[in-house]
Write a protein that binds this ligand. Structure first.
Ligand SMILES: [Fe+2]
Ligand SMILES: [Fe+2]
Length: 390
């Protein structure tokens, strides 16, 4: 028979667990309506987490280690629970940044640089940028950012929210990368490796103010061409831009007539053509909130899309460049809390916007689309030989 003390303890635990459940449901119910899709399930949630693999890497064989986190949509004071602005986004962003901060202690090889390809904030609120800048400043390595569509002035945002000019003025030097008044830059981050940051979220003529679509303005394309002419063949060059360059779904194509074309950069082919002409093998993007390592079907270009930090499957990446500068090993790291992953998956399911347009009622298709294949999370890329060792 159960001892009296054991019984009291079990009763206490039962009440406590019930309180947590009720609290959770109540909080969830504030902003989301039940859809009848069922409770969060763990099916499909066995995400690759490559921390163990990273612990087995020989640090001497890593020439340069890049962390990638995108689309945190950082949202202090935010009480909404939609897929992109989760109330617990600050916790998740904090977790990912702590993981990157501690990478040296955890694996024996520290991170050298963080790339953050946009949507730093919920809607470019000054206080969210201030918090993001404070966190980036606390990191022991520099960060390069590019603006996402949520980091620039849109017609539906309050006037006090930052535009691209304020972003460029604030995310400077080792906390963002900007070094002039222009919203794009080229930095040699280590000997022989250059990162070019482009702005696809705002144009000087203001034509992107009423859309979340992306385009690279003509002056920037001309600057990119000049920059590549100067450095191509001498350095390994990676591009970073918020909107994607390779379609990941038929609805991404400009002629699809579907809203999902706004994930894609309007003049992506102009950028891709320059990449091919000047042997730029890699572009890092965000915006689509999917995990992909996607080779272009015809051209020698690979796009790495990293899933939104704030949304399912909330992964960050580690990119290890080897001593030859020709091999790039890509790892993915996720969240350690299955219940949180399940909650984020549930948020994804409740937001019909994120369902693949051809499968609008299929939760399994949604989860599969967001995940991609195992090779979208961990893979080895061969880069062109640029003789980057000097
Ligand atoms: Fe985003
Ligand atoms: Fe975006």
């Amino acid at each position: 028979m159960m001892e009296r003390r054991e019984f009291l303890w079990s009763l206490l635990w039962g009440v406590a667990a019930g309180a947590v459940c009720v609290g959770g449901e109540e909080a969830w119910g504030q902003t989301t309506r039940p859809t009848g899709r069922g409770l969060p399930s763990t099916e499909g949630l066995a995400l690759a987490d490559d921390l163990q693999a990273l612990m087995q890497v020989d640090p001497k064989k890593v020439r340069y280690r890049i962390g990638v986190m995108t689309d945190p949509h950082f949202a202090l004071r935010d009480q909404s629970l939609d897929f992109k602005a989760l109330r617990f986004a600050p916790w998740i962003v904090g977790h990912h940044l702590r993981t990157l901060h501690q990478m040296g202690r955890l694996t024996g090889r520290k991170v050298d640089l963080l790339l953050l390809p946009g949507d730093m904030t919920r809607d470019s609120e000054p206080w969210n940028h201030a918090a993001m800048l404070r966190m980036l400043k606390a990191l022991p390595f520099p960060t390069l950012v590019v603006p996402g569509n949520h980091d620039v002035q849109k017609v539906w945002m309050p006037k006090e929210n930052w535009g691209v000019r304020e972003v460029v003025a604030a995310y400077r030097g080792r906390i963002g990368g900007y070094d002039s008044a222009l919203p794009y830059y080229a930095h040699e981050v280590t000997s022989g490796l250059m990162v070019i940051g482009l702005n696809s979220s705002d144009t000087p003529d203001g034509t992107l103010r009423d859309t979340w679509n992306g385009r690279v303005d003509d002056a920037q394309v001309a600057w990119l061409k000049q920059t590549l002419q100067r450095h191509a063949g001498k350095k390994q060059i990676f591009l970073m831009i918020h909107h994607t360059l390779i379609p990941h779904h038929p609805a991404n194509r400009e002629d699809s007539g579907h809203l999902w074309r706004n994930f894609h950069t309007d003049n992506a082919d102009a950028i891709l053509k320059l990449m091919v002409d000047y042997q730029v093998p890699l572009v890092l993007t965000g915006h689509h909130h999917i995990q992909r390592v996607q080779k272009h079907p015809a051209w020698p270009v690979t796009e790495i899309v990293t899933s939104g930090a704030c949304s399912y499957p909330s992964q960050i990446r580690i990119l290890d460049l080897d001593a030859s500068g020709q091999l790039l090993q890509i790892y993915s790291l996720g969240l350690p809390w299955p219940i949180l992953i399940a909650q984020i998956a549930q948020a994804a399911r409740q937001d019909t916007f994120w369902y693949p347009p051809d499968k609008p009622n299929d939760p399994k298709a949604l989860i599969a689309f967001l995940h991609g294949q195992p090779s979208d999370r961990r893979t080895l890329l061969k880069l062109p030989n640029m003789r980057i060792l000097r």
